[in-house]
Design a protein. Structure first.
Length: 134
């Protein structure tokens, strides 16, 4: 496990429920998020989306719950055995970790409420011009 890989000082496991404030504090303090889901039918994972929103490097399995974490934003793993190697890769390569973090944040920023509101405002303005032109 984590001790066998000598990662105890850099890996924290949390599989319980946290308050929203504690959850955000945990994400801000996290460098790497590991999301390994058994194949399940979910449209997305809120943790996967939060990893993107907080710009965290991630390791994820191929499942419906982590589909937003493609290989440009996450190291993809096929089995639990590959997780340790992926963690070591990210821990030992700060540039890769920074690259994945920035790609995650940049992608999630497209869905920032201010960005979405601006896009909708432009759409409605253009639609209004079309209606007024008729």
């Amino acid at each position: 496990g984590i001790e066998d890989l000598d990662l105890s000082d850099v890996v924290s496991l949390n599989n319980g429920f946290l308050s929203e404030a504690d959850y955000e504090d945990l994400l801000w303090a996290t460098d790497i998020v590991v999301l390994f889901n058994a194949p399940v039918v979910l449209s997305n994972s809120s943790v996967a989306l939060d990893a993107l929103r907080f710009g965290r490097a991630s390791i994820s399995s191929n499942s419906a719950a982590t589909e937003n974490l493609d290989s440009t934003r996450s190291i993809k793993v096929e089995s639990p055995a590959e997780i340790g190697a992926a963690i070591l890769k990210l821990v030992s390569d700060p540039r890769l970790r920074e690259h994945l973090s920035k790609a995650a944040y940049d992608w999630a920023e497209e869905f920032n409420p201010d960005v979405v509101a601006g896009s909708l405002a432009e759409l409605y303005t253009e639609a209004g011009k079309l209606i007024d032109a008729e």
